[in-house]
Design a protein. Structure first.
Length: 121
């Protein structure tokens, strides 16, 4: 049975246009409790700050035929930080959607500046 958090994430996925859902069919979208400490350290995120989501993989524009054999792409959405920072259900739902779209943007090769311009910070 899905939790309310997972239901909101599932709705955000279902609301994507069909062509995006199709492009993401080989990307695992998972809910994890929190980002691992090693990832926060690797990204240079200071103590007291956190991460709402992360795209694990090689962005589409950077792929080549030599990339076969890599681990499958994955988008992690971190429940703990999101629920901790967004107590209002409506705000939480909006941020889950924004986080998902942000990480999908990375999958399609967008950098932080591109995503910021689109409002997916």
């Amino acid at each position: 049975m899905r939790t309310p958090f997972e239901k909101v994430l599932r709705q955000a996925i279902d609301d994507l246009p069909g062509m995006f859902r199709e492009a993401l069919r080989n990307v695992a979208i998972v809910v994890e409790n929190r980002p691992p400490d090693w990832l926060l350290e690797e990204l240079g995120i200071p103590p007291g700050e956190t991460l709402y989501g992360f795209y694990h993989g090689i962005p589409l524009p950077e792929r080549s035929v030599l990339d076969s054999g890599n681990l499958p792409d994955k988008i992690s959405v971190y429940r703990g930080p999101l629920e901790g920072d967004f107590r209002d259900p409506g705000e939480l739902a909006r941020q889950i959607r924004t986080t998902l779209l942000h990480e999908i943007g990375h999958y399609f090769g967008m950098d932080e500046e591109d995503l910021s311009r689109l409002g997916y910070e």
